[in-house]
Design a binder for this molecule. Structure first.
Ligand SMILES: Nc1ncnc2c1ncn2[C@@H]1O[C@H](COP(=O)(O)OP(=O)(O)OP(=O)(O)O)[C@@H](O)[C@H]1O
Ligand SMILES: [Mg+2]
Length: 265
């Protein structure tokens, strides 16, 4: 089982939307998908629970972090939903190691049952965020193209406790940053300027789709994506022309991310 963590210390950048849509995409490709929602806002849980192809586990992610190893439903696309008291875990520092160990034990237990596990995180570097990075294999970081987000890349990489570099060097050497994935990209001159500004200093963190043409993965702003999330739908299943167009735009990015995870799609 491959594990992909969606993380960014900034809120509202599309972690949940991209995580859910990528999960649908992999399930559509015949992969057995487990989705764990570590965010107390539960945006992913709410979206996925509306989708008829997803089976919700009775086990929530707070119970999982608390050490419960209940069996998951025998289904090929399973959601372990969040819980609105997940943020209280931060106030139990004496338990933090146990949370990390519980997540690790759980992932080991379900290793043979799924091909991929997607973990959605909350937008602040706390113990849940840390547990995901300490146990995960791949990291994908959606970002918005504005100065604040670009500055935030420093936190993702270099946060003194939970930065990618620190965790990779000290605790989880297998962790691999697939890259930063610009989301909510508008074709305005302002954003084009930001894209250039982003690409120049961080080009090694961008996800290349076409090395020859230097094309990078990104997700445009499309109302159909927000609609898909609100309805719990897979964008590619939606009939509207706007959804089809949006899907055509984002599919190459999903394909390249799956390839980076060595998932055959
Ligand atoms: N490319 C996009 N085009 C249009 N709407 C989008 C796009 N990406 C995300 N959205 C919408 O923007 C909102 C924020 O996205 P989302 O909830 O995925 O962000 P997040 O990073 O998970 O936020 P949080 O940090 O609060 O968990 C949602 O309503 C989502 O449907
Ligand atoms: Mg979210």
């Amino acid at each position: 089982m491959k594990t992909l963590v969606l993380a960014n210390q900034k809120g509202g950048v599309g972690k949940s939307a991209i995580g859910c849509q990528f999960a649908y995409y992999l399930a559509q490709q015949g992969k057995r998908v487990l989705f764990i929602d570590l965010d107390h806002q539960m945006n992913s849980s709410k979206a996925l629970a509306k989708n008829g192809k997803v089976t919700s586990a009775e086990l929530t992610s707070i119970a999982l972090l608390g050490g419960q190893l209940d069996a998951l439903p025998a289904a090929s696309f399973v959601l372990v939903p969040g819980d609105d008291v997940l943020s209280s875990l931060e106030r139990q520092p004496g338990e933090h190691n146990n949370y990390v160990n519980a997540l690790k034990a759980f992932l080991e237990k379900v290793d043979g049952q799924f091909d991929v596990c997607i973990i959605d995180t909350n937008p602040n570097p706390d113990i849940r965020y840390a547990a995901a990075l300490i146990t995960g294999q791949f990291l994908l970081s959606p970002i918005e193209l504005n100065q604040e987000a670009i500055d935030g890349i420093g936190g993702l990489l270099n946060h003194k406790r939970y930065g990618y570099r620190k965790i990779k060097a000290a605790i989880n050497t297998q962790l691999e940053l697939i890259g930063i994935l610009p989301n909510l990209v508008e074709p305005t001159p302002f954003q084009k300027g930001n894209f250039k500004q982003l690409v120049e200093p961080f080009s090694q963190l961008m996800i290349l789709i076409d090395p020859e043409k230097k094309r990078f993965a990104y997700i445009p702003t499309r109302t159909a994506i927000a609609e898909a999330q609100a309805e719990g739908a897979y964008l590619a299943d939606m009939k509207k022309t706007s959804a089809r167009d949006a899907w055509r735009e984002i599919k190459p990015s999903f394909e390249v991310i799956a390839k980076r995870m060595a998932l055959e799609v």
